[in-house]
Design a binder for this molecule. Structure first.
Ligand code: PLP
Length: 410
């Protein structure tokens, strides 16, 4: 008899986007004429940059000829892409990485979910709350999170981020082995200063912990002094792994490409106190379980770093950030408390009179035919908030704001 991994059974409560879809479909069934606008799911809407399209077309043509055909590529990604990453994403910020510290992947979700294979199942972990669900769920699947009671996992340290602490997580008063940080943050849209991030790096150095730093939204940062990479902080390469994605940066959600940085200086201990390099572990892991990102996707990613590519993806990011600024202003003018949206494509909105997230979600769906994401779906500290995304079309965004205005003024 094959026995299942029963840790999966614990996950069944987490159906955030399925629950939203169910409620939206129920609304549509009873209101067939309604035109529902979704500011809920975090997917992009604008097409790929012309430079990316051109590079991918050319890559397809390469595949058509024996001389330029590409089969399996290096598991770690083509060197030309890893060199472009080092040169464009890190050098200008004073961060010197070796291309061997870059691991090209099929998107950041896979690696943020897989990375915890590198450490023992009984390590302790901490997450900011609310949080991108992948970090916890992937640990639940291997039994590290413990049991779910009162809305929390028993072996997870939650660091609440709310309006009460200005969305700044408090450093745990005990030691934890693994820490997940995501900045700019999904779902709150808030950022971390260099000074705050330095505290985390120092904590990790002091406690011999590892930080998993998700920088999927770094391209949305508008303010000069906000760090784009944890490696801008001295000492971080001893303690941090960083995740990047072209999904939100360049509209690659359907193309699939990103990368993970595992510095060679990063080590962790064996039970008898020997230090091992996690870069070697991750290379071994990827070579066994991953066969590389498609040549065509990697050529598309490379094109982002050309002068035209850079300009074109910047225009799309500016378009989304203009949406965010319109939404921020309109919602604030209505008297709502709005956070995020200045260095990230997400707005985190406090519900009026502490209305529970799901209740506000339904009220807005029925009152304005606008879909948001209930904050509590991202963790207990998300209760009393909803997330709105600025990834929509400008016209939808304006229409949604108009409807919310009409609805709230009733
Ligand atoms: C969208 C997102 C990612 C990127 O996912 P991909 O797999 O690269 O598409 C990673 N982290 C967070 C927090 C995200 O919101």
């Amino acid at each position: 008899m094959a026995l299942v991994n029963e840790h999966f059974l614990k996950l069944q409560k987490n159906y955030l986007f399925a629950d939203i879809a169910k409620k939206v479909n129920a609304f549509k069934a009873t209101h067939p004429k309604a035109n529902v606008i979704s500011l809920g799911i975090g997917d992009v809407t604008q097409p790929l940059a012309p430079a990316v399209i051109e590079a991918m077309h050319k890559a397809v043509d390469d595949m058509a000829h024996k001389e330029t055909f590409h089969g399996y590529g290096p598991e770690q990604g083509y060197l030309w892409l890893r060199e472009a990453i080092v040169k464009n994403d890190f050098l200008p910020r004073g961060v010197h990485l070796d291309p061997d510290e870059i691991f090209v992947n099929d998107g950041a979700k896979s690696d943020t979910g897989n990375i915890s294979e590198l450490v023992r199942w009984d390590n302790s972990m901490a997450v900011t709350d609310p949080i991108y669900p992948v970090y916890i769920d992937s640990n639940v699947m291997i039994g590290r999170a413990g049991i779910f009671e009162n809305g929390k996992w028993s072996n997870v340290t939650y660091m609440p981020c709310t309006d009460k602490n200005d969305f700044t997580p408090k450093i745990p008063d005990h030691r934890v082995d693994m820490i997940y940080l995501c900045y700019p943050n999904n779902p709150t849209g808030t950022v971390i200063t260099k000074e705050e991030l330095r505290k985390w790096v120092n904590y990790a150095i002091h406690n011999d912990s590892i930080i998993f730093y998700d920088a999927a939204y770094e391209a949305y940062i508008q303010h000069e002094d906000i760090p784009h990479s944890i490696y801008e902080i001295r000492g971080a390469r001893k303690v941090a792994i960083e995740f990047h994605s072209y999904s939100k940066t360049a509209g690659f959600t359907g193309v699939r490409c990103g990368y993970t940085v595992v510095p060679k200086e990063l080590t962790a201990a064996t039970i008898d106190g020997k230090r091992v390099e996690l870069n070697q572990f991750w290379l071994r892991r990827q070579s066994t379980k991953f066969n590389g990102t498609s040549y065509i996707s990697q050529r598309g990613a490379e094109a982002i770093y050309t002068p035209e590519g850079k300009k074109q993806i910047r225009e799309t990011i500016d378009y989304y950030m203009k949406n965010a600024s319109i939404m921020h202003k309109e919602l604030s003018d209505l008297g709502l408390k709005v956070y995020g949206g200045t260095d990230a494509p997400y707005l985190w909105v406090k519900t009026p009179d502490d209305t529970p997230s799901w209740q506000f979600f339904e009220q807005m769906l029925y009152g304005a035919q606008v879909v948001c994401t209930p904050g509590v779906g991202f963790g207990p500290s998300g209760e009393g908030f909803v997330r709105l995304t600025s990834f929509g079309d400008r016209a939808d965004c304006l229409e949604a704001m108009e409807r919310i205005k009409q609805w709230l003024r009733k």
